[in-house]
Design a protein around this ligand. Structure first.
Ligand code: PMP
Length: 371
């Protein structure tokens, strides 16, 4: 440890992002690279967002509107809530970091699933909290009952990703709603719905109702996935107005940039058609790719996201290295304890075909001595 650095910081490890196209090009000198490792949206940014962001460059010498009034109103409208129920952040990540700062101090406990988005763990550790990691159920769904049973007098936060990364599975709406309603006072459920747009709306918990009923709930969402703005870095939380005021106080003041706000606002106002088209294409391709993977001998989980979790009888780390040499970036799931599973983002039909063809080659051992 470097002298002077907080002890809790030493417990955390850096977030491991998916490989970028630039990195792979540099390392392997490949021309064609298909990135299906970071759950981005191949159809974004949508046309109105693109236009608005380009125009906004002219105003980049000035700070953004720190009240974020317009974007908060546009987001709120979608959930039947006023702008005072919305907090803006630099990606969902920024919001998760802020929530860590709002709630966690040394000695507190944070409960999370053993196989979920990695940042919850690191944020909790940096804040000096103790982790309680709950194993998935046998069907690989998040064990909500055990998460609830793990609550003690020291618990502050439950980090819950629904649908869950990396499995793509969705919890029954009622079980999430019941958990939110039963939380003891002072225990908060951070419900990360980064991929919620890819699920059927009627299968998602009714967050506005839960918030209005004063449940200890904070919902986190992002423009990075279904809205195709991952590089712009903008996310948000839905929470009760008194909690939004706390979040806004703890966040850095200008925690979303002009370009991101312009893009997200324009998309919410004018990109509905493009958004729906992209969503439909992703859902359609999700079914097609899942079937193709099963035809190759893989086992897939039911996905409610823009990625698939697939398991083969082969070392996924090796498979992913071989795929990389063929120009396909996917995410091996060994770090989550699934040594034979891959997480693969749903791309365009052409990208998906390129991936499936490469995988077929890897699994049949073409020129590489097998997977
Ligand atoms: N939550 C989950 C579950 C994610 O998978 C991701 C990104 N991979 C994030 C949050 C962070 O998203 P953002 O780009 O909005 O920071």
């Amino acid at each position: 440890m470097i002298a002077g650095v907080r002890k809790a910081v030493g417990a955390a490890t850096p977030y491991v992002p998916g490989k970028t196209v630039e990195e792979v090009r540099r390392e392997l000198g490949l021309q064609k690279i298909v990135k299906l490792g970071s759950n981005e949206n191949p159809y974004g940014p949508f046309p109105a967002a693109r236009r608005a962001m380009t125009e906004e460059i002219a105003r980049i010498n000035t700070y953004p509107d720190v009240s974020f009034h317009e974007i908060k109103s546009l987001i709120g409208e979608r959930f039947g809530l006023g702008p005072e129920w919305v907090a803006i952040s630099h990606g969902a990540e920024g919001m998760l970091q802020t929530l860590g700062k709002v709630f966690l101090e040394p000695g507190d406990e944070a409960i999370l699933s053993r196989a979920t988005y990695g940042l919850y763990r690191e944020i909790s550790l940096v804040m000096g909290a103790t982790l309680k990691e709950i194993m998935l159920k046998d069907d690989l769904s998040v064990n909500l009952r055990e998460m609830e049973r793990a609550i003690t007098g020291r618990t502050k936060l439950l980090w819950l990703n629904n649908p869950n990364n990396p499995t793509g599975m969705l919890l029954p709406k009622k079980s999430v709603e019941n958990l939110a309603k039963r939380l003891p006072r002072g225990v908060w459920l951070v419900l990360d719905e980064a991929y919620a747009e890819f699920a059927s709306p009627e299968e998602l918990p009714s967050v506005a109702k839960l918030l209005e009923a004063e449940c200890g709930l904070i919902v986190v969402r992002t423009f990075s996935k279904a809205w195709g703005l991952a590089g712009a870095r903008i996310g948000y939380a839905l929470a009760r107005p008194e909690m939004v005021r706390i979040i806004d106080t703890v966040s850095e003041p200008f925690n979303a940039n002009r370009i991101a706000i312009a893009g997200a606002s324009a998309s919410l106002k004018e990109d509905e058609a493009a958004f729906n088209q992209a969503l439909a294409a992703t859902v359609r391709e999700r079914e097609r790719v899942a079937k193709a993977l099963r035809d190759m001998g893989g086992t897939t989980l039911p996905s409610h996201t823009n990625f698939l979790f697939v398991t083969f009888r082969a070392d996924a780390g090796e498979v992913s290295v071989k795929l990389l040499r063929k120009g396909v970036i996917v995410r091996p799931c060994g770090g989550w304890g699934f040594g034979c599973s891959l997480r693969v983002t749903i791309g365009t039909p052409e990208q998906n075909d390129f991936f499936l063809e490469a995988l077929r080659g890897v699994l049949s051992g073409d020129g590489e001595g097998g997977a």
